[in-house]
Design a protein around this ligand. Structure first.
Ligand SMILES: Nc1ncnc2c1ncn2[C@@H]1O[C@H](COP(=O)(O)OP(=O)(O)OP(=O)(O)O)[C@@H](O)[C@H]1O
Length: 327
């Protein structure tokens, strides 16, 4: 059972800096989570999570079912009370500035329940009224999510994709600084996913910071600048794709298409200190440490091989995720 109260600060004490206890040069991040924990009875769903989302970033939470993503998201939204730790949004915490935070955050839950008998226009007007927002903004936001033509249809007749768009409209209507999306692409068809990603990118370009959770590695790879991987309540890895690749020491694959395969190919490559490679047709693949790419490419291009094409393949999120989960 969720307890819908504000997260407390537990036993975390914010470090004080500067003469008056605050550093004037301190950058305020959109989201700051420190040592956050959540117990449901004796079960610990979230374990000592530290997470920072900088202004303007798109950050993705990734993890198996039950990893604790939704719980963490609800703690960030003030919908679930943290057992311990600190959560700040734009430098504000829920104990002191609950209402102020709510104005700055927009949320699309995993499942959104609307009144089937209301039209899209009536639904969005209802949210607008709650938040003191103008009719013009309702029109604008329905336009942005592509529901203007369907605005007088009852929500009960909407497809999953259309309901998701309406959910997005209510999440963005008050122009939040931080938009939080819990598995936003689940249940959408491929076109719906593409359109949703375009909307997310547009809002982000306009300055909205975005935190979303997902099971879809492609969506995460395409959208997120930084990724947090959770497992059994813990944050087991965080960073950009390149940082995660470095951390794991995963190689870059160099693929070389040759015009002809010389009989002494192995000798040539070994002579250039390339000991392991795979040959498929006329394509040679070399797994190379990231910091040795230039040396390997220079060695291959020195004229002894007739190279038609050469390309680099960095490991994708798929192999990064699998490696991290296997650690
Ligand atoms: N209200 C609750 N009471 C007791 N246990 C809960 C409650 N909510 C979540 N849990 C448990 O906490 C753990 C984390 O759940 P959570 O929903 O946060 O995971 P998740 O990563 O979002 O999973 P999914 O990807 O399936 O949505 C799970 O073991 C879940 O059963």
């Amino acid at each position: 059972m969720d307890d819908h109260t504000s997260p407390d600060c537990g036993n975390f004490v914010r470090p004080q800096t500067g003469l008056l206890g605050g550093d004037p040069m301190e950058v305020i991040n959109t989201l700051e989570v420190k040592y956050a924990q959540k117990f449901y009875g004796p079960f610990q769903a979230v374990k000592d999570i530290n997470l920072t989302v900088e202004k303007g970033e798109i950050y993705a939470l990734l993890g198996h079912n039950g990893a604790g993503k939704s719980t963490l998201i609800k703690m960030i939204l003030g919908l679930v009370k943290a057992s311990a730790g600190m959560i700040e949004i734009e430098g504000l915490n829920y104990d002191a500035k609950n209402k102020e935070i709510k104005k700055r955050v927009g949320y699309l839950p995993e499942r959104m329940n609307f009144y089937d008998n209301l039209t899209a226009w009536e639904t969005i007007s209802f949210y607008a009224k709650l938040k003191g927002i103008t009719r013009k903004r309702c029109e604008e936001v329905l336009e942005q999510v592509g529901l203007r033509e369907a605005e007088h249809r009852r929500v009960g007749t909407f497809s999953k994709g259309m309901q998701q768009r309406l959910g997005l409209a209510q999440a963005i209507i008050h122009k939040p600084d931080l938009l939080v999306l819990d598995e936003p692409t689940t249940g959408l068809d491929p076109i719906g996913i593409l359109e949703l990603k375009a909307m997310i990118r547009n809002w982000n370009k306009e300055g909205t910071t975005i935190l979303f959770s997902s099971h879809n590695l492609n969506d995460v790879e395409e959208l997120a600048q930084r990724i947090g991987i959770m497992n059994r309540g813990e944050m087991i890895a965080q960073g950009s794709l390149a940082e995660l690749q470095d951390r794991l020491g995963l190689p870059t694959k160099i693929k070389i298409d040759l015009a002809v395969i010389p009989v002494d190919l192995e000798e040539i490559l070994v002579g250039k200190r390339i000991k392991t490679f795979q040959l498929e047709g006329k394509t040679v693949s070399i797994d190379c440490p990231k910091d040795k790419k230039t040396q390997v490419i220079t060695a291959v291009m020195d004229g002894m091989l007739k190279v038609l094409d050469l390309r680099l393949e960095e490991p994708g999120l798929n192999s990064i995720y699998q490696n991290i989960m296997a650690e």
